[in-house]
Design a protein around this ligand. Structure first.
Ligand SMILES: NC(=O)CC[C@H](N)C(=O)O
Length: 506
């Protein structure tokens, strides 16, 4: 039977996910069979497992840190907000419907608890340590009755809890004391320590505050973790996307349209980490400017996001720039938008039956109720995007979509899908427009393919009269390195003896 430890926060975005990831790697380094768990996640930045199940990305990073292949048991419930206070509810990797917040909290969430219990039970049988993550704050007294992710889970496991507070924003002391005050006595009893996260400054100045906290609450401060710059580790939700800094001013500028319902924004992280690339998110009201490439990202609600582009004149701006030679890439929802029309006869995403697309590709997309979620492998043969003549076998990525795209005239596909969820496949994917300036694809994560990413960037360089760069980055190896670095920092910052003692007391 596994031992467990749970990270809960004084509010969202205090850094629970990253501390959970760090603990997963620390226990992994120390030789334990460790597994992450978060009962319910709310995020549009999802991932597709080997068997085609959808789950939150933070648990994927945690699984990788734990040396495991991600599986939906680690995050049995995923809520993907679609707009109008509704979410698509994913249970064990598959969508079970779109529900309003009311329907979910007052009717459905408690039913999901049985699944959550089963997953926990299975993981407890198979691993030595479970690192459980909560969500938001456990002290939302109005939501507590239907909570399936914080204290109810802690009691179910049962797991000792570390309460994480963000000191960077200020108010950390009050939020720790206040959170503990609002918990029921048995819940408060489960909290075994406090973690101060995102600290910058002089620790000497903080020390009296730590003593105060220990005296006031009777709980030990388990550690103070320094503020860490982004370490190339996947974030949980689009709150973090808005915190992302554009990556400086480098030779190649890629403008990514910041759609209100952007999904899978991790598609662009590997581009942003290139030394010669700036990824600039074009937020509402901002100009697109004169980038070297425009990317329309994936979207949980293609029609609403296309309407957003139209309302702000971005559709015309993109079409205008494409006309004067700026290359455009659309990924998944962005690919759908680039076509002539999108139809949603069953209203799977919005109330509209149809909407006119940006019209850069000769395609039409029709939404179907059945969702396609697969990890894919793909080949690319003579891909002429940006005038390249690019060939590579065994590219990897994943598909998450309800829409099916048809070609109105014969087109040059962008990729050839050769495998889906481990089964052989043979189907064309996407389009490269004849002039090589516009490309659409359903494959998320396509720029995580190291050689392909570099080829596209180098083609952009050549268009600008710059020489190609002779660099090769292995983003997967870099990620591994980031988990180790993270673990080193957190190990130094936390009293690991105390954490092992808390684990051992179970
Ligand atoms: N991941 C995406 O971009 C999804 C696009 C669109 N919402 C669909 O389901 O087809």
């Amino acid at each position: 039977m596994a031992k467990a430890i749970m990270l809960q926060g004084t509010s969202s975005h205090v850094g629970k996910s990253i501390v959970t990831t760090a603990l997963c790697r620390i226990f992994f380094q120390d030789g334990y069979g460790v597994v992450p768990f978060k009962a319910q996640n709310m995020a549009l930045n999802s991932y597709v497992t080997k068997t085609g199940g959808e789950m939150g990305r933070a648990q994927v990073a945690q699984a990788e840190a734990a040396g495991l292949a991600p599986s939906v048991e680690m995050n049995p419930v995923l809520l993907k907000p679609t707009g109008n206070s509704c979410s698509q509810v994913i249970v064990m990797g598959r969508p079970v419907g779109t529900m309003s917040a009311q329907e979910y909290h007052n009717g459905y969430s408690m039913r999901a608890l049985t699944t959550i219990k089963e997953c926990l039970h299975n993981l407890q049988q198979r691993y030595d340590v479970i690192v459980v993550e909560g969500a938001g704050s456990p002290a939302e007294v109005n939501l507590k009755a239907n909570d399936i992710v914080n204290m109810r889970v802690a009691k179910m496991v049962p797991a000792p809890v570390l309460l994480v507070a963000d000191i960077d924003r200020g108010g950390a002391l009050a939020s720790v004391v206040g959170t503990l005050e609002l918990l029921d006595p048995d819940e408060r009893e489960l909290v075994k320590g406090i973690v101060i996260n995102k600290f910058r400054g002089d620790i000497k100045l903080l020390e009296p505050a730590l003593q105060f906290l220990e005296q006031k609450t009777g709980k030990p401060v388990v550690g103070v973790i320094p503020y860490m710059e982004r370490m190339g580790i996947d974030d949980e939700d689009s709150v973090s996307l808005d915190d992302k800094q554009d990556s400086g001013s480098r030779e190649i500028e890629i403008a990514v349209m910041r759609l209100p319902k952007i999904s899978n924004f991790t598609d662009f992280d590997a581009l942003a980490a290139e030394e010669d690339v700036t990824v600039r998110y074009v937020r509402q009201g901002e100009m697109i400017g004169q980038p070297d490439l425009i990317i329309l990202p994936g979207s949980k609600n293609t029609i609403e996001d296309l309407l957003y582009l139209q309302q702000h004149g971005y559709d015309k701006a993109i079409a205008g720039l494409a006309k004067t030679g700026t290359p455009v890439v659309g990924i998944c929802g962005g690919y759908q938008m680039l076509g002539r029309e999108i139809q949603d006869p069953e209203h799977t995403e919005s109330d509209r039956d149809r909407i006119e697309g940006i019209g850069l590709l000769d395609t039409i997309t029709i939404f179907a109720a059945e969702k396609i979620t697969h990890q894919v492998t793909a080949n690319v043969t003579n891909q002429g995007f940006l005038g390249l003549n690019y060939n590579e076998k065994g590219l990897t990525g994943y598909e998450i979509h309800m829409g099916r795209t048809q070609f109105l005239t014969p087109v040059q596909p962008a990729f050839e899908i050769t495998g889906r969820s481990g089964q052989p496949a043979a189907s064309p994917d996407g389009v490269v427009r004849k002039d090589g300036l516009v490309m659409g694809t359903y494959i998320h994560g396509i720029f995580d393919n190291n050689r392909y990413r570099r080829a596209v960037i180098d083609a952009l360089r050549v268009r600008k009269g710059l020489n190609p760069l002779t660099v090769f980055r292995d983003v997967q190896a870099e990620k591994e390195e980031s988990y180790n670095q993270l673990a080193n920092i957190v190990r130094k910052s936390l009293n690991m003896d105390l954490i092992y003692q808390i684990l051992g007391d179970q």
